[in-house]
Design a protein around this ligand. Structure first.
Ligand SMILES: [Zn+2]
Length: 495
């Protein structure tokens, strides 16, 4: 049978045999169904309180990771994030069904077809005591692939690689359709690799993607990195042959960095380092920024690439020195966000940020707090005066017993200090506090009145929030004291 359709360039109408491809679940070969069932039955449900559940029976696993109802042993997947479905609460599972995508290659005549099979998993009526899983399998996409592009047989849409090039090169283009086609934003994605060797005699012949078979099971799969990159990007073969699987497969947009490649790939020192550590795209980016073959420095940068880039926009700082400074302060790269904040305030205040004393203060947090206070006052000089006036009125609500004392915040400095000690955002309340829109009190233990204990927000004589360090809730003993104090609060209202 023939059908009239467009050619692969989407220019001319041609007669072509109807491409016979899998359309229904029933068309999928048994070995692939087996692969799907195996994965579907290996997903573990993990709740926020760290309990593990069988995803088929929604039954809590025993200490050996075995489900007492179906007998399934989850030992192989409980530690593999690729197989873990994290949910807040086990009751959520019924309201938040999940989806798995399976990528499967097949060859039909001279054509390579890539199927994306979609499994949607649901749980039964939430009112039932014992929920059970039901799943629906459909052929979501079927891409017929040639050297110029890919033709999606279900939607009849053609995507040329040239069009994709334009999309990737051009930062301005907001081609969401193409982005959705290249990447798919599904949590669970698996690729069937048992038959990947058969790609050797196809349009994939130069890609050597089969060499990365083991690695394909671990990496983040998307159409971009298993269709566009292997067939269309020259460097894909090069990267695979050097066993740089992370770079080849983790990010189909690596073409963007083509110019950066030359300097690093032509240099044996860098190339060997990259191969040895199988650098991924972020790590490679970090290498191009610091030009050091030091994996701890590379990790320091690559894990927080966004903040590092923002810091470099403010000041072309030496990243080796920055890492040394963080090490000397005993700080992990988690605190780069504080450093970025510090540096941007220092710049706003017109400080000489080329000066090492400013760049690397003796204590990052003290320096940050000092500058934060300074800029808040500078931006609105009335705030501190207003806070001081209000806090002297609020003195009438000071509480004291044998153990605790509750006092109003008296200045921006005190808010900033509380914020740093408690790791909360009370420092950002200074303007609202100065207007008496909220009132801020500190509960402290009398044994050390300078040490933060509970930060309290009051409105109209009622406690709106009371939080200990890291926004935790106070203990019930402390809550009793707070309740008692709340009854005595005299609201101070703007006249
Ligand atoms: Zn089970």
């Amino acid at each position: 049978m023939l059908q009239i359709k467009y050619d692969d360039e989407f220019k001319n109408l041609i007669n072509e045999p109807i491409c016979d491809f899998w359309k229904l679940k029933e068309d999928i070969p048994d070995n692939v169904i087996e692969f799907i069932t195996d994965i579907s039955n290996s997903i573990v449900i993990k709740t926020y309180d760290n309990f593990l559940y069988c995803s088929r029976c929604v039954n809590k696993l025993d200490e050996n990771n075995i489900c007492s109802i179906c007998g399934k042993n989850y030992s192989e997947t409980v530690n593999n994030p690729k197989y873990i479905n994290i949910i807040a609460d086990i009751n959520d599972i019924r309201y938040f069904p999940y989806t798995i995508h399976y990528y499967v290659f097949d060859i039909k005549g001279n054509d390579v077809i890539l199927y994306i099979i979609k499994e949607s998993i649901y749980y039964n009526n939430p009112t039932t005591v014992k929920p059970y899983k039901t799943s629906e399998i459909i052929i979501n996409k079927a891409y017929k692939i040639n050297k110029n592009g890919m033709y999606e047989l279900i939607s009849n849409k053609y995507y040329s690689f040239d069009e994709i090039d334009k999309f990737i090169y051009d930062d301005e283009s907001n081609n969401f359709a193409l982005d959705n086609e290249l990447n798919d934003y599904i949590d669970f994605k698996f690729i069937y690799t048992d038959n990947i060797d058969m790609l050797k005699n196809t349009v994939y012949k130069y890609s050597h993607i089969w060499d990365a078979k083991e690695y394909l099971n671990e990496c983040e799969i998307c159409v971009g990195n298993i269709v566009y990159s292997p067939i269309h990007l020259k460097q894909f073969e090069y990267l695979i042959k050097h066993k740089l699987y992370n770079l080849a497969l983790d990010d189909s947009y690596l073409l963007k960095y083509e110019n950066k490649y030359k300097e690093f790939f032509n240099n044996d020192k860098y190339l060997n380092f990259m191969i040895e550590n199988n650098l991924d795209n972020k790590e490679f980016n970090a290498l191009t920024m610091c030009k050091r073959t030091d994996m701890s420095l590379i990790k320091f940068i690559s894990e927080k690439l966004y903040y590092i880039e923002k810091i470099l926009e403010i000041q072309k700082i030496n990243l080796v020195e920055l890492k040394k400074y963080f090490d000397s302060q005993n700080l992990s790269n988690e605190y780069l966000v504080e450093y970025l904040d510090y540096l941007s305030i220092a710049k706003k205040l017109g400080l000489d940020i080329k000066d090492k004393k400013i760049l690397y203060p003796d204590n990052l947090f003290d320096a940050h707090d000092k500058l934060y206070t300074e800029i808040t006052i500078l931006e609105d000089p009335s705030i501190n005066k207003d806070i001081s006036k209000l806090s002297s009125l609020l003195e009438l609500n000071v509480y004291e017993d044998d153990k605790y004392i509750i006092i109003p915040a008296s200045s921006i400095e005190s808010l900033v200090d509380e914020s740093t000690q408690q790791q909360n955002c009370v420092r950002t309340y200074s303007k609202r506090y100065s207007n008496n829109d909220v009132q801020i009190y500190f509960m402290r233990k009398k044994e050390d009145i300078t040490k933060s204990f509970v930060t309290i927000e009051v409105q109209n004589g009622k406690i709106i929030q009371a939080r200990t360090k890291l926004n935790e809730l106070p203990s019930s003993d402390v809550n009793l004291v707070l309740k008692k104090w709340e009854k005595q609060i005299i609201p101070v209202i703007n006249e």
